[in-house]
Every structure is written in structure tokens, then in C-alpha cells.
Design a protein around this ligand. Structure first.
Ligand SMILES: Cc1ncc(COP(=O)(O)O)c(C=O)c1O
Length: 318
């Protein structure tokens, strides 16, 4: 089975790697990958997002614009402090721009931009903040396939200091959350408890920092694998799709019928049809339904080749 993102897991070697790791050491590695940014490590992307909203000094009456069809965890994280809104009408105090699956969406000039790059695989050495945002967020399991973690990149060093304060002042739930998420992975009840508490979680336990270190060691292979799969699938991408030279996507959107999607589902791809703003500009929404073809490290290359064969045959027939 394959989904939009790789299934996060804990490498057994993390039990040893944790002794050469810490949140500060992980942050230093991300700072080296993206010079000039100030990264802050959280237990997850959603924990980082709720801390950003707190760092902005927001409370209940403040509105944060979120894209249509935002996932529950994003709505949840924002709503812990402020009010999420789908209306882009000049009333919002902040704007969350989701660079869906690694495709940059535009929206510069809007107030307090949070660039949500949850599932973008950035190339090392590249600049962030494509909309001149104040923060940029990534979710490490979606990018590296690790067991947890999220990073908030700040443009201003003062924001990074404030975010660390917020994180360090949160009650320490690291171990129990680790237990719920990794060891009880198959239990829906454990997942429900994990989700309920995660938006206000803070630091990442040492074991998960060790896991992230191991994944970052594998980054060159992850990049190479992604580029190879992208080259195979990109011929099926719609002509309107705009790519960004600084990041690699985890899925390629493909226009297809529900019938074709069912055939791809039979190959174990469970993402279904999803909405995508084909203008890639939040001021000009034109939502279309597409099938995300996964090209991340969690899908075997043979499966990617089978999907291409199936889609090409369907396309030739129509
Ligand atoms: C678009 C988007 N942004 C941010 C997040 C939060 O990431 P995490 O799962 O690391 O909390 C999610 C979670 O699914 C997401 O879908």
C-alpha cells in the first residue's frame, strides 16, 4: 500500500544514534542545509504550527487564512489559539500557503505568511521562503520517512528564540507521544490519543533525534531516487503544472477519470483523487481533481513503472 507520503518508521539504529544527537544538533544540520535561515525543531509540523500562531501573539479573534480542503491537523493546530478562516478578504491577520506536494503556490504581499512546505523535498543549499514568508514549515516523516519531527525555519533570529521558548515551556510529553506513535502504531485508539495531544507538544525525544540524523545521512540517496522517479512520471503531468527548481515533489498530479483511479488503486495506491489549485496562486483559485502519483521513497520503482504503463494505455485508448 502507498499513500501521499512514505510511512514513517523508527530505524533500530536510532537507539545508538541518539547518543550523537540532540535537538540543537538536528537544528544545526538544517541550518547548514539552508544557510541564512534559523531552524527550530519540534515534535511534529502541527506542534510547530501552533507555536508559530502563539509566537505571532494571536488569540481567538485573530483570523488565519487556510487553503480549502486543509487537513484536520492543520485546522486543529491553528484553532488552538486563533480562528482558521477560508475567506481571503483582507480581514485575516496571517496566511498559510501550502506548497502542495512540493509545488510552490504564490501569494506574496499578504499579511504574516506561513509557508507550509510540509511535504516538499528541498534541495540542499537552496533558499527558502518563496513568498517572502516569515516562517516556513516542514514535516519530517513526510519528507525523510522518519518516525517524527517538524522544523520551523524562521527568517528572523528573534522569532527562532521566541519559538524555542514556547517549545521548551510546553509540558514534556515526549516519551508518552513516542510510545503512542511508534510502538502502538497499529492501534487506532493510540493514534486518537496521539492526535489529541500532538498539536501542543514541544520537544522531540533523543531517540527520534537519532532517527532524523540517520535519515539526513541518507539524503543524497533520497534525492537521487526522487529525481529518477520524477523523470519517469513527469511526462504524464498536466501542461499547466509549474515546478520549482529548488524543491522536488512527493507526488505528480495527473488528470484522469474515476475509473482509471480505481485501476491505480488496485495497484495499492490509496490516495484517491484530490483537489489541486491549478493556478498555483491563492488569489486565483481554480480547483481541479487530480490523482497524485507518488514518487517518494516509500513506493517501489516497479510500482511507479506499472502505474505509468496503466495510465499511458488508458490515455492512448481515450
Ligand atoms: C499540509 C500539511 N501541513 C502540515 C501538516 C502537519 O504535519 P505533521 O504531521 O508533522 O504534524 C500536515 C499533516 O498532515 C499537512 O497535511
Amino acid at each position: 500500500m502507498s499513500f501521499l507520503w512514505p510511512e514513517g518508521s523508527l530505524k533500530p539504529a536510532a537507539f545508538v544514534a541518539q547518543f550523537r544527537s540532540s535537538p540543537a544538533a538536528v537544528e544545526e544540520r538544517f541550518a547548514r542545509l539552508h544557510p541564512g535561515t534559523h531552524p527550530v525543531l519540534f515534535s511534529s509540523g502541527r506542534a510547530g504550527l501552533s507555536a508559530i500562531v502563539e509566537c505571532l501573539g494571536f488569540y481567538r479573534p485573530d483570523q488565519v487564512w487556510l487553503p480549502p480542503y486543509s487537513s484536520h491537523c492543520v485546522l486543529d493546530a491553528v484553532s488552538r489559539t486563533a480562528t482558521p478562516t477560508p475567506h481571503l478578504n483582507g480581514q485575516q491577520q496571517a496566511t498559510l500557503i501550502y506548497h502542495q506536494w512540493g509545488y510552490v503556490h504564490r501569494g506574496d504581499g499578504l499579511p504574516e505568511i506561513i509557508e507550509d512546505s510540509a511535504d516538499s523535498l528541498h534541495l540542499p543549499g537552496t533558499g527558502l521562503f518563496p513568498n517572502n514568508g516569515r516562517f516556513e514549515l516542514i514535516s519530517l516523516p513526510k519528507i525523510l520517512g522518519c518516525a517524527g519531527g517538524g522544523v520551523v525555519f524562521c527568517r528572523k533570529p528573534g522569532d527562532a528564540i521566541r519559538l524555542k521558548e514556547i517549545r521548551n515551556n510546553r509540558p514534556d510529553r515526549g516519551f508518552i507521544q513516542l510510545l503512542l506513535r511508534t510502538l502502538l502504531k497499529k492501534s487506532p485508539r493510540a493514534r486518537a490519543y496521539w492526535q489529541g495531544a500532538e498539536a501542543l507538544n514541544g520537544n522531540l525525544p533523543g531517540l527520534l533525534c537519532g532517527d532524523i540524523h540517520l535519515r539526513l545521512d541518507e539524503l543524497p540517496q533520497i534525492l537521487e531516487d526522487r529525481k529518477k522517479k520524477l523523470a519517469l512520471v513527469s511526462k504524464l503531468a498536466p501542461r499547466w503544472l509549474k515546478t520549482d527548481p529548488d524543491r522536488l515533489p512527493c507526488n505528480v498530479p495527473v488528470e484522469c477519470t474515476e475509473e482509471t483511479e480505481m485501476k491505480v488503486r488496485a495497484l495499492g495506491i490509496t490516495s484517491g483523487l484530490r483537489h489541486f489549485n491549478k493556478n498555483q496562486d491563492i488569489r486565483h483559485m481554480e480547483m481541479v481533481k487530480v490523482m497524485p502519483v507518488p514518487i517518494h521513497q516509500g513506493i517501489p520503482q516497479e510500482t511507479v513503472e506499472k502505474i505509468i504503463e496503466l495510465l499511458t494505455t488508458q490515455r492512448d485508448r481515450s
